[in-house]
Design a protein around this ligand. Structure first.
Ligand code: GLN
Length: 531
């Protein structure tokens, strides 16, 4: 294939329609036809990246291997495509402007007035094409909803690109078709309006994807096609399905991938090979026995705050032939008094990552319960740090042991900043981010999970296990079984006398995909079901 093909995905009517899932699903189908596919996300907000945003604003913050704090949709892209994303896969308005303003200050515009068109749109277009060397298809998802002021420069760039790229480019627009219960009817008017808005901006969508609760009558589809100026077979229905992993099949049934190829002037050829994907779904559907896992964290009421952890547990359950029953407990509502009552019915406990003081005591209580009652327990990042603090206080008897993130003057700073980090002032981008190497001790639980001694996992934190205490911990039974070969920093702690008690300073959840579940999660769930 010579020319890279570009697919832009926009959304209308309402947000949260699952543009990311539709993009990932289409990407999956094209990949299953043998093409190299990547998906990038353009976010219209002014933050340079989502790193400083509260999970309530933005859901989980995902991290790429090269250390970019990114939109959680990149997690979907990786879980579906099984190919790592990079910093080029997520670009925000803030980053676009930052680059343009830096260039302006540097004098690169030679005295010109710097404007949205062409300077901002040119920078957006440059970002669209950054990945073209390595991929046959670049799917670019435009965040936000058509009609937002913020997304205008992105849509203008799409308009320009469509003109410049001609047959190598198509636009997919995702909308919502609501059901009005009182009238017992599905309504396509919002879709028509949304497409009109796009057309006013100079973009005629080539394919429409309609999100609906139930399959729409053919007459309605015909009507949408007519009013929106789209061919009837290019109106795809994305009916609600039990899990996101079924969406590729929904699109495949309607031959969306073939329609895309056809519109791009490519040969359609044979069907995509989805056999491994289907094996996963079959295995998922045939699991009848449950595994009950509880996630202890601060943001439990927000569906997307721990997306990658939820999905990693889902993958691990499927590969253990179990149906995941995942509950969540707010770490601010658990304490030593109620921990037994809340946790004893569970097969395994995951202690979530996080920042700041709130909820730490609850995490410590949950960990203490797990350690004393030998419940499989998995600490992720802050969760691992809490495992260290709990052990220091209740096993080593180090009263006042804490992380300096919460108590700068702690008597025992078992979790602390490195000397080199102590003069950091900027919160944005001041963390240990991205993939770092970790060497595992061969007699460890981690090694037996990964079946190898050298792994690379992604980080997102500032504080570290304080090496001054390492010997004390080891002697008392908490082993540091993974460390970074360059810095000697502790990456994994375990208590071998427990059934499964492990904390990782890194976030193993980010690398778990449908076809490649993360080994630590698989091993944890195996222990939770008692094997
Ligand atoms: N707040 C802790 C740190 O910065 C842990 C971060 C996390 O859990 N991602 O080190």
């Amino acid at each position: 294939m010579t020319d890279t093909k570009y697919i832009f995905v926009t959304g209308g009517v309402v947000s949260s329609l699952g543009k990311g899932i539709v993009s990932a699903s289409l990407g999956k189908l094209l990949q299953a036809r043998g093409y190299r596919v990547t998906i990038q996300k353009f976010d219209p907000y002014i933050n340079v990246d989502p790193g400083t945003m509260n999970p309530y604003e933005h859901g989980e913050c995902y991290v790429t291997a090269d250390g970019r704090e990114a939109d959680l949709d990149l997690g979907h892209y990786e879980r579906f495509l099984n190919v790592p994303t990079s910093k080029y896969n997520n670009v925000t308005t803030g980053r676009i402007y930052k680059t343009v303003i830096e260039r302006e200050r540097h004098g690169d515009y030679l005295g010109a007035t710097v404007q949205v068109i062409p300077h901002i749109t040119d920078e957006i277009k440059r970002n669209v094409s950054l990945l073209k060397e390595d991929f046959d298809f670049i799917i670019s998802e435009i965040g936000g909803t058509v009609g937002d002021i913020e997304s205008l420069p992105f849509l203008e760039s799409v308009r320009q690109l469509k003109r410049e790229l001609g047959r190598n480019c198509i636009c997919v627009h995702l909308t919502y078709v609501p059901y009005i219960a009182a009238a017992k009817e599905y309504k396509t008017k919002p879709t028509q309006h949304s497409v009109k808005q796009l057309q006013e901006l100079g973009i005629q969508p080539d394919i429409l994807v309609l999100r609906t609760e139930k399959l729409l009558h053919r007459d309605l589809v015909r009507k949408v096609a007519l009013f929106c100026n789209v061919e009837e077979e290019a109106v795809i229905q994305s009916v609600d399905v039990p899990t996101i992993y079924e969406v590729p099949l929904v699109l495949q049934e309607q031959e969306m991938d073939a329609i895309v190829l056809h519109k791009l002037g490519m040969e359609v050829g044979s069907e995509p090979d989805m056999s491994l994907w289907n094996d996963f779904l079959r295995r998922k559907d045939s699991a009848t026995e449950e595994v009950r896992i509880v996630l202890v964290g601060k943001y439990v009421t927000l569906q997307d705050a721990y997306k990658s952890i939820d999905e990693a547990l889902n993958h691990a359950a499927v590969y253990n032939d179990r149906r995941l029953v995942l509950s969540r407990i707010n770490s601010e509502e658990i304490n030593e008094g109620n921990a037994a009552e809340l946790l004893s019915g569970m097969d395994g406990i995951v202690v979530a990552p996080g920042f700041g003081e709130r909820g730490i005591d609850g995490k410590l209580a949950a960990i203490r319960f797990a350690r004393e009652n030998d419940k499989p327990c998995f600490g992720l990042c802050l969760g691992m740090q809490c495992m260290v603090i709990e052990f220091a206080r209740n096993v080593l008897g180090l009263e006042g042991a804490h992380t300096t993130e919460v108590d700068e003057k702690a008597l025992h700073k078992v979790i602390d900043l490195l000397e080199t980090q102590k003069n950091i002032i900027n919160l944005g981008g001041s963390m240990r981010l991205g993939a770092y190497a970790c060497v595992l001790r061969e007699d460890s639980l981690a090694y037996s999970a990964y079946q190898k001694a050298f792994v690379k996992e992604r980080h997102r934190h500032r504080y570290e296990f304080n090496g001054d205490y390492r010997e004390m911990f080891e002697e008392a039974g908490m082993k540091c079984t993974g460390e970074n070969p360059d810095s000697g920093l502790v990456e994994v702690v375990e208590i071998p006398s427990r059934r499964w008690f492990l904390g990782s300073q890194y976030h193993p959840e980010y690398t778990s995909t449908v076809l490649n579940p993360n080994p630590l999660f698989v091993s944890f769930v195996r222990a939770a079901i008692g094997e």
